[in-house]
Write a protein that binds this ligand. Structure first.
Ligand code: AMP
Length: 386
């Protein structure tokens, strides 16, 4: 297939902030963007983060065959910003328009049990785990894995949703309730030294470019802060890039993938999660790299030459969660007085606890200074103005 040049139309499945930032990047480069996602309850274009900036938004369920066919007719390629989309929707689109990444990539990565099986087949290091089909298998699984352990829903989990730390019998009831709702994966708790992520783009011709590692700090299983460069040794950093590239090749990916790792106390890397789309930890590439992860996704799915994604400058990113809005509206004026800090808001109107509403990115001469700057700026948001 010939490369899709500026003027082409990109179809995006999902309409959250990742689709919004992809659309902004694509539009800057002269592309049209149409997004497809189930309705939000608020009718009309402009209700979702990506719908607010796309040329067109189709609000329909992912199993609406007619709406999917109409969407396919209007776009030159389909990509995604969210992995919890039925594989059947991608299969249907795949017959009509290039779908990048393809249905097989989504099939392997949207379910944790299948993702672990994929990593095992590919011979890549990952967290030890056992699949738990239902409440009846829980005790046996717990004996195998030991405590502490983390019970995760096999499918449709994100941002710590459907995750339970099992320290002992005290969490048994909660674990059984979770398993009644659907199968899970019980993972051994990893005493990690740090969490890292690497973003890899792969074009239809197999060209690869990687970015990272990036170091991540989570709170309540939700990403709180990312920074680059990381505290990892050059050898560990190099190994993380190699493993992430192997993931992209083994998936036969066209598009972008983020591979999240635990670095253990012994300096061993374990893959924790694979997301075949731009990732929250890659937001700092917007300011810190010559090409952002969103531009790189666009380049990969359009079959364009990939960009170099090395960091030009140290950077840190802090998420803005709904909690910040709880007491009063954040002090934007005070925060914007902090020099060198970029504000990104996703256009969400309901600031619920744990909901990602936006983020801040700071650049600085060192990652430590960038973290200090971004944290000071975020703290300023919840300060009461004098
Ligand atoms: P996940 O949704 O699997 O990426 O998990 C979100 C976050 O929860 C991770 O980035 C870790 O901070 C924490 N977490 C998840 N699984 C484990 C584990 N097996 N051991 C220790 N921490 C974990």
């Amino acid at each position: 297939m010939r490369p899709l040049l500026p003027g082409s139309t990109i179809g995006v499945l999902g309409a959250g902030q990742l689709g919004r930032m992809l659309a902004q990047s694509a539009q800057r480069m002269g592309y049209r963007v149409e997004v497809f996602a189930p309705g939000t309850g608020t009718s009309g274009t402009g209700a979702t983060p990506a719908g607010q900036v796309a040329h067109r938004e189709i609000q329909a369920p992912y199993d609406d065959l007619e709406a999917l066919a109409a969407f396919a007719q209007g776009v030159d390629v389909v990509t995604l910003e969210f992995e919890n989309i039925p594989v059947s929707a991608l299969e249907l689109l795949d017959g009509q328009v290039p779908v990048r990444p393809g249905p097989q990539v989504l099939y392997q990565t949207q379910n944790r049990a299948r993702e672990k099986a994929f990593l095992a087949r590919a011979g890549l290091p990952h967290t030890s785990s056992v699949t738990v089909d239902g409440p009846a298998n829980f005790e046996t699984a717990l004996k195998t894995v030991g405590t502490p352990a983390v019970l995760k829903t096999a499918g449709f989990g994100y941002d710590g949703k459907g995750q339970l730390l099992v320290r002992g019998p005290g969490e048994r009831a909660a674990a059984l309730t979770q398993l009644e709702r659907g199968p899970g994966v019980l993972e051994g708790f990893v005493e990690f030294r740090r969490e890292l992520s690497v973003i890899v783009a792969r074009s239809p011709s197999g060209e690869l470019q990687s970015c990272g590692p990036i170091e991540n700090r989570h709170q309540n299983h939700i990403l709180d802060l990312s920074k680059a460069p990381t505290g990892a040794s050059p050898a560990v950093a190099q190994q993380s890039r190699e493993i992430a590239r192997e993931v992209a090749v083994a998936l036969d990916l066209t598009g972008l993938v983020c591979v999240e790792f635990f670095e253990t106390a012994a300096g061993e890397l374990l893959v924790n999660e694979i997301a075949p789309r731009p990732h929250n930890s890659g937001h700092l590439t917007i300011e810190a790299c010559r090409a952002s992860q969103f531009e790189q996704q666009l380049r990969a799915v359009c079959g364009l030459p990939l960009a170099n994604m090395e960091f030009l400058v140290p950077a840190a990113m802090a998420n803005l969660l709904g909690e910040l809005w709880q007491e009063r509206s954040p002090d934007w004026y005070g925060m914007l007085a902090h020099p060198g800090v970029a504000l990104h808001l996703y256009g969400k109107t309901e600031p619920r606890a744990g909901r990602k509403m936006g983020h801040l990115t700071a650049l600085a001469p060192s990652a430590t200074e960038a973290v200090a700057r971004v944290e000071r700026a975020r703290e300023a948001l919840s300060r009461t103005s004098a």
